[in-house]
Design a protein around this ligand. Structure first.
Ligand code: SAM
Ligand code: SF4
Length: 319
């Protein structure tokens, strides 16, 4: 079965935030003073998540991304990934992580059937990493990336949020990394959400900045994802630009998002949410079909002066 929305987009991709908790405090994502953590009983249990994913698969979802908060802080994350991977119709399970706990869990994730991993890394400098993440240790992340490579969760994607005045001076070094390493380095435009909405005009850099700073990058054909792809001549890896502000991709959006407490979001930048908790069988199916049908054509304006209408911080949605 496949599901198309009102605008004839086929919906095949579900992002599942399995916790709002995190072992880092990225300045654009979570307030430094911490957040009101959801109580355990307010978070979907794993069997509730798999029930929802089973229904999603019946409706045409093929790919699931496990995210958070930080997914690896929730006990049993690899087991959950294995249960999701075993659901008929689910062809691909991937994960987005800050990488801090990846060294310990890479093998279990791979064995559970997680194909690939996206690791978030906004700077290569250990002091700047500490600053932007509220105290994180970059060495753990680098060891995590290496562990993922060793177990074969490749190609590894590295997500770097472009922040003017913070990491734009590192663009050439980041790109240079792809010459030898077979990674996909994805520069993501900072989105005006939560604390990220307070960063000021100069923090918002368009993806084009990367092409201006590294003119040797040559375009590659798209792979069906949201990133525009580029490569240095002869490089082992490639560079992706994800530009939700300067070149939104709503026209080809194929995704839904499930929050940690069980609300289905048809659009990241809309406050509309369809609560799924407690629904089963036909009622669950109907609510999910309604969510797909409710997907807006596109999100509202997003820039330094127009904040996302998501109505939540990113750690409760998962990116
Ligand atoms: N904790 C995991 C991680 O950091 O990869 C998964 C959840 S995190 C919310 C998912 C992604 O969202 C990360 O790559 C993060 O950098 C990105 N993100 C968070 N807030 C953002 C914002 N305001 N603009 C752009 N990206 C953001
Ligand atoms: Fe945590 Fe990821 Fe948000 Fe950073 S971006 S605070 S690692 S959830």
């Amino acid at each position: 079965m496949s599901m198309r929305d009102k605008f004839d987009r086929e919906i095949t991709y579900l992002r599942v935030s399995i916790t709002d908790r995190c072992n880092l405090r990225c300045r654009y994502c979570m307030p430094e003073e911490g957040v009101c953590k959801l109580a355990h009983q307010d978070i979907l249990r794993y069997e509730e998540i798999t029930e929802i994913v089973e229904m999603a698969a019946e409706l045409g979802i093929r790919k699931v991304r496990v995210t958070g908060g930080e997914p690896l802080v929730r006990l049993g994350c690899p087991e959950l990934c294995g249960q999701i991977a075993a659901i008929p119709g689910i062809e691909e399970v991937v994960i987005t992580t800050n990488g801090v706990l990846l060294e310990q869990q890479a093998r279990a994730l791979k064995d559970a059937g997680v194909r690939r991993v996206n690791v978030s890394l906004d700077t290569m400098d250990s002091d700047k990493y500490k600053t932007i993440t509220g105290g994180g240790d970059i060495q753990k992340v680098l060891r995590g990336i290496e562990a993922a490579r060793q177990v074969g969760m490749t190609p590894i994607k590295i997500n770097t949020v472009l922040i003017g005045g913070f990491n734009d001076n590192e663009i050439p070094d980041f790109v240079e990394m792809t010459r030898e390493q077979p990674v996909e380095l994805r520069f993501i435009e900072l989105m005006p959400m939560g604390p990220g909405a307070e960063f000021g005009d100069s923090a918002y850099l368009p993806g084009q900045t990367v092409l201006d700073r590294v003119p040797e990058l040559k375009p590659l054909p798209g792979d069906g994802g949201v990133a525009r792809l580029y490569q240095l001549p002869g490089a082992a890896g490639r560079v992706g630009l994800i530009s939700p502000l300067s070149r939104h991709f709503c026209g080809s959006c194929n995704r839904l998002r499930l929050t940690a407490e069980g609300a289905l979001k048809p659009c990241l930048h809309s406050s509309q949410e369809i609560p799924l908790r407690g629904l089963h069988g036909a009622a669950l199916r109907e609510a999910m079909e309604n969510a797909i049908w409710a997907k807006p054509k596109m999100h509202g304006a997003l820039d330094a002066h127009h904040s996302s209408e998501a109505g939540r911080n990113m750690n409760t949605i998962g990116g």
